[in-house]
Design a protein around this ligand. Structure first.
Ligand SMILES: Nc1ncnc2c1ncn2[C@@H]1O[C@H](COP(=O)(O)OP(=O)(O)OP(=O)(O)O)[C@@H](O)[C@H]1O
Ligand SMILES: [Mg+2]
Length: 702
């Protein structure tokens, strides 16, 4: 039994009390604040931004999470941290789409400033699995949390009626604004703006403090039900608005998708089943009996998605699958910012309308004459796939890291090769003849290559118009990784080969592949990826083999002794025999040729090195090969060449390994584990694999 457990058991407090202590009462109070209209006006005067429109609020929410700017291929780019989802540890982070997200935020900004885009549907358009839903989910969830913060707080109202007036609400004491309207709407539109101006319900701004001016913008009428109650009360009080307002209670409003407050989602079901009341609400038949008329606004259920989403955001999933019958509702909601339920008065709305759609459906929209009006009222934002390898890798690392995947080891480069293949599939073949698509991928990923500048990368991006709009989706890759992780073929770990096989076999029955050509291309790119993986691990093993500092140091000393003797025309003492011998020309050349020092240049090179060592000696410093990059590389390569044979890596292929070789191999293996993130078994695998590459090379007479 742990210590804390014991203390808990001995404590006199009940568990309920202890759990209750976790609760934050002050926060609860704040979140459930309610007060009079007068108090609310005081709050608006203090901070007019509590009365923002839905577009203003959404834009501020994104901005409040902070920004960061950087330069990519000479282009200044702003990253909106909101989409990194840091508040949830990056759970829904969007990677590699900064440019598309910049466009989206600019549309929100223009809408916040009422430049027209607030009267449009924001349409996220892109291939399947390009994170469209994730982006909308972030916005929805962001709004929920923002409405709970001090900066994002918003308010609505309800009617609170004394006994004698409850006939207005069929006996209920309170009657909530069914569309969670802004309380300032209770000021009649004729003098609403004047009131805002005259009583300082705005912020003139403060350039010195960097605060922009702000005026609440609150257009439109109350919803029909509240308008009805309002009018009745006004008649009772003979037109005295101040008396009517006494029956208003302002409440803080918490946006919540679950509670259907401020967030609506509409997903077209099968075509015959679509019903306009899902969008704009319906008559409540039980209430008709209470109010005595089927046209009484109080007998209406404001539970359509447009009603529910008021003050926040409505999401249209696969918006273009929408039946034409809904089109007019949607158009009115967008352009007029009003909805018109069947047999019922028009109702003003204030909400952000976001839809998403994939390529195929969008093509249909372009062909459909009926949809022309819709097309005209949408701002389309392309959400493509990622085309930067490092960013794509992040998607998979997020989901399949050692934290999340327990009990199964994912060998180094496994996620990387999958990401590489996915990105390759999205790139258009470069028009430049001497550039392969793999090289293009590397350039996009920020690698440098002789003959290519940032300008040429920009050029490459420009010539490929549709790049990122086709190819393999991250979801396909995620599914295949998941398959590998749960497959029961006895391997304790998953490695690039297993995953590449899985990716390949999935192609056979992949529903999104439309032609044999495409399948063939994906296969070829898998071969390109395999080849690249081979190069990566070959390099890694080479470096692990020659990562023996002591051996390099010995080799270096030996080389320097010989060079010194050579330049000074002396002899070298043989360490074993003690005899003086001529400098070892073969040894020196075998090192120099590794870095392409030609025979004719060798004297210069050797003299340079001696000068360098001499200059150091004058300063009282010791020569260290690590400070001379070229020499270091030459020594590393030479050592690798020597060790490759002495380690007899290739013997791994033949299953009989002598004890001495095995010991040397084990050293290399330990380096792979220590420096490159392998575990025992994946290190063995990779060594065997690289050995087989070398064996192949030797057979070819390499
Ligand atoms: N740029 C990206 N950054 C982070 N994750 C991404 C990115 N693109 C795709 N994903 C991941 O891919 C998966 C699919 O994303 P999502 O469901 O948002 O796509 P979608 O565009 O809505 O697809 P569909 O068109 O099929 O509805 C998610 O797991 C998401 O995290
Ligand atoms: Mg989606």
């Amino acid at each position: 039994m742990s210590d804390s457990h014991k203390t808990g058991a001995m404590s006199t407090q009940s568990l309920v009390t202890q759990i209750a202590a976790l609760q934050d009462y002050q926060r609860y109070e704040d979140l459930h604040w309610s007060g009079t209209f007068e108090e609310y006006l005081g709050m608006v005067r203090h901070n007019p931004r509590i009365a923002r429109t839905s577009h203003e609020r959404l834009y501020d929410m994104v901005l409040d999470a902070g920004t960061q700017t950087y330069v990519d291929n000479k282009k200044k780019i702003t990253r909106y941290k909101f989409f990194s989802d840091e508040t949830h540890g990056g759970r829904d982070a969007i990677y590699g789409l900064d440019i598309a997200l910049m466009r989206l935020v600019n549309v929100l900004k223009a809408a916040a400033m009422r430049y027209g885009t607030e009267k449009r549907i924001i349409l996220l358009h892109g291939p399947v699995g390009s994170s469209k839903s994730t982006i909308v989910r972030l916005l929805k969830q962001g709004l929920e949390e923002y409405s709970r913060s001090a900066d994002g707080a918003l308010y609505t109202y309800e009617w609170a009626l004394p006994e004698e007036l409850r006939y207005l609400t069929a006996g209920e004491e309170t009657f909530r604004s069914p569309m969670n309207e802004e309380p300032l709407k209770l000021i009649p539109p004729e003098w609403r703006q004047q009131a805002i101006e005259a009583f300082g319900l705005f912020d003139p701004g403060d350039p010195e403090a960097g605060r922009k001016p702000f005026r609440p913008y609150v257009p439109g009428q109350l919803n029909p039900a509240c308008r009805f109650i309002f009018k009745e009360l006004l008649a009772i009080y003979r037109g005295d608005w101040a008396k009517v307002i006494q029956h208003v209670r302002v409440r803080r409003m918490l946006i919540s998708e679950e509670d259907r407050v401020g967030i609506g989602t509409f997903q077209p079901k099968d075509e015959k089943n679509q019903d306009a009341t899902e969008l704009t609400g319906d008559i409540n038949y039980r209430r008709i009996a209470e109010y005595g008329s089927d046209t009484d606004p109080r007998a209406f259920n404001f539970d359509g998605e447009f009603n529910v989403a008021n003050r926040g955001l409505i999401e249209f999933v696969e918006i273009l699958k929408l039946d034409v019958a809904f089109l007019y509702d949607l158009l009115g909601a967008t352009q007029e910012r009003k909805i018109k339920p069947k047999k019922f008065a028009q109702t003003d709305i204030d909400e952000v309308i976001i839809g998403h759609t994939n390529e195929a459906e969008y093509e249909r929209l372009l062909e459909n004459k009926f949809m022309e009006a819709l097309r005209d009222r949408t701002v389309k934002i392309d959400i493509p796939y990622i085309t930067k390898l490092q960013e794509e890798i992040k998607i998979y690392v997020k989901d399949y890291n050692p934290e999340r995947v327990r009990g199964r080891f994912i060998a180094p480069h496994t996620l990387e090769v999958a990401a590489m293949w996915a990105v390759l599939s999205r790139l258009e073949d470069p028009k430049k003849q001497n550039l392969s698509v793999l090289q293009k991928l590397k350039l996009y990923d920020g690698k440098t290559m002789p003959g290519f500048t940032q300008d040429s990368v920009k050029e490459l991006r420009k010539e490929a118009k549709r790049e990122g709009m086709d190819g393999v989706s991250p979801r396909y890759v995620q599914d295949k990784i998941a398959n590998c992780l749960v497959s029961d073929r006895g391997q304790a770990n998953i490695n690039p080969f297993l995953l590449m096989n899985e990716l390949e076999s999935g192609l056979r029955n992949h529903s999104l592949i439309t032609s044999e050509d495409q399948r063939k291309r994906y296969r070829e790119l898998l071969a390109v990826t395999k080849q690249e993986y081979e190069d990566i691990v070959k390099n890694e093993v080479q470096r692990a083999i020659s990562a023996d500092e002591e051996a390099i140091s010995r080799l270096c000393a030996n080389y320097i002794d010989n060079v010194k003797a050579y330049t000074q025309r002396e002899k070298v003492k043989n360490q074993y025999t003690g005899q003086d011998e001529e400098p070892d020309e073969r040894l020196m050349r075998s090192i120099e040729t590794k870095i392409d020092i030609a025979e004719s240049r060798k004297d210069d090179f050797r003299r340079e090195i001696m000068h360098y060592i001499g200059a150091l000696a004058v300063e009282g410093k010791q020569f260290d090969f690590r400070t001379n990059e070229r020499l270091y590389k030459a020594l590393e390569l030479k050592l690798f060449e020597d060790q490759k044979d002495s380690i007899k890596l290739t013997s791994l292929v033949s299953s009989v390994v002598d004890k001495e070789s095995q010991e040397k191999i084990d050293v290399v293996k330990q380096r792979l584990i220590r420096d490159y993130g392998y575990d025992e078994s994946s290190a063995s695998d990779v060594l065997t694999y690289v050995a087989s590459i070398f064996a192949r090379g030797e057979m070819k007479g390499d």
